[in-house]
Ligand binder design. Structure first.
Ligand SMILES: N=NNCCOCCOc1ccc(-c2cn(C[C@@H]3NC[C@@H](O)[C@H]3O)nn2)cc1
Length: 448
């Protein structure tokens, strides 16, 4: 038995995202987003699922706040539906959209829960996409204007801001691999998008500070953490490329003002480069207050000339897998935290997402999800280890508060501490909810 004690001010929380939980997709003035368009397109999302209703959280603020309050979280990470605030992406503000988020934020604050706000969690207004989306530089000004509306409206209430969630997903998964909205398969477009969102990130950070707000602002990359198959230089370089693809490609420009040379050279070798305009790198290189790390899994890889764009061949570790098929590798979380801390000057880090997909159902009013408890505790041991090792890990947000729309997987893949019946929308607290409540209350846990 080992006791894992956390710092007294450690920020325990949970996370969700607008399109995944809100529903009310065409109510109270909300405009269409690319995820509405994508999920309404046959064949894009499993079972033809969409976010029209989702968890109906738009109409259940009080109910969801009660779940958070009972859980005892210190913070709640949620995201803003841009097209609920600016239905056309720019221009007129939708007052009913602002009112919804004021209701949510006020209820959080009244219950002693710190709002942790993600500005962009993949649901670009369709009107912006119709003008080229993130592939067009005009998206930078549009995002800056949206961020300014949010800062001016909520800057006195919200002290923690994330500009972009998982930029690799919104750039490469969505525009090179074609798996997420809008579903393109164009490497240069993905590189262009990555650059434009980095400039947009920098513009938003700069504007936040210019407006005189003194909260904390950061970004939340997801890293496909690669573990080398052997210690050969070739296998290690293959993993560096895989990790660089989703992590360093975003954090180096922010922390160093330059793209990682090894990735730039890799792309140039195949005829691609970011569309840098004079002044862009200075804009991106704004100091930020924290890095959000989203960690789920790792993959073992070795170099192979024919293994795709990165020449990194996946090797099955034989590790146990969650129900979505991702290998369970808790040590990868520590390795990622150690790498991030060592490379970027030991900044404040929040684990802004960590969780497991297990599709346990309600049985006699109970959801026995011991596998999720095991996954979370094994990863919290690695978080505790990182803190003990001097890494400035300041908080942990379990993904997710409740089962929700898991993008192209639809509703069939459940990550929640709370089960949602998507026919009745009845919420049922899982065993893992009660376990996590105990961990938060004690600020320590024991791994038997
Ligand atoms: N990396 N190389 N991939 C090679 C090819 O992979 C094909 C599939 O790829 C991926 C990669 C990553 C994801 C993913 C999902 N979540 C979970 C959400 N996070 C934000 C929140 O909204 C959660 O719902 N995080 N990441 C999905 C699919």
């Amino acid at each position: 038995m080992s006791i894992n004690q956390f710092p007294v001010d450690f920020m325990w929380g949970t996370a969700t995202a607008a399109y995944q939980i809100e529903g009310a997709y065409n109510e109270d003035g909300r405009g269409m987003s690319i995820w509405d368009t994508f999920s309404h397109t046959p064949g894009k999302v499993k079972n033809g699922d969409n976010g029209n209703v989702a968890c109906d959280s738009y109409h259940r603020v009080e109910e969801d706040i009660r779940l958070l309050k009972e859980l005892g979280v210190k913070t709640y990470r949620f995201s803003i539906s841009w097209s609920r605030i600016l239905p056309n992406g720019t221009g007129a503000v939708n007052e009913k959209g602002l009112a919804y988020y004021h209701r949510l934020v006020d209820a959080l604050i009244d219950n002693g829960i710190e709002p942790f706000c993600t500005l962009y969690h993949w649901d670009l207004p369709q009107a912006i996409q119709d003008q080229g989306g993130w592939g067009d530089r005009r998206s930078i000004a549009a995002f800056k204007a949206f961020a300014e509306v949010m800062f001016k409206e909520f800057g006195a209430k919200i002290k923690y801001w994330i500009t972009f969630n998982e930029p690799w997903c919104l750039a490469f998964l969505s525009n090179y691999l074609g798996i997420h909205a809008p579903g393109y398969r164009d490497l240069q477009l993905a590189i262009d998008i990555s650059h434009h969102i980095l400039v947009a990130h920098g513009e938003a950070v700069k504007r936040y500070r210019e407006l005189g707000f003194t909260g904390q602002i950061g970004i939340a990359p997801n890293t496909s953490w690669g573990v080398p198959y052997t210690q050969s230089e070739a296998d290690k370089a293959a993993c560096l490329r895989l990790n660089g693809w989703s992590g360093d490609w975003y954090l180096d420009p922010i922390y160093f003002g330059t793209y990682p040379a090894f990735m730039l050279e890799w792309y140039e070798k195949i005829g691609h480069q970011p569309p840098i305009v004079e002044g862009d790198m200075e804009t991106i290189h704004q100091p930020i207050d924290f890095i959000g790390i989203n960690y789920y899994t790792s993959s073992m890889n070795r170099h192979h000339d024919q293994a795709g764009m990165l020449q990194a061949e996946y090797m099955n570790m034989g590790a146990a897998r969650t129900d979505i098929g991702w290998e369970i590798y808790p040590e990868g979380l520590y390795q990622l935290l150690r790498y991030t801390a060592d490379k970027y000057g030991n900044p404040d880090i929040y684990i802004t997402e960590n969780g497991a997909c297990y599709n346990d159902e309600v049985d006699n009013g109970r959801v026995c999800d011991q596998r999720r408890i095991d996954y979370l505790s094994q990863h919290l041991v690695q978080a505790s280890r990182a803190i003990a090792d001097g890494i400035n890990l300041k908080g942990y947000m379990a993904w997710s508060l409740m089962d929700n729309f898991e993008w192209a997987e639809g509703y069939g893949m459940r990550f929640g501490l709370v089960h949602v019946d998507f026919d009745t929308l009845v919420r049922t607290k899982k065993d893992s909810y009660y376990w996590y409540k105990h961990v938060i209350a004690n600020n320590w846990f024991e791994l038997r």
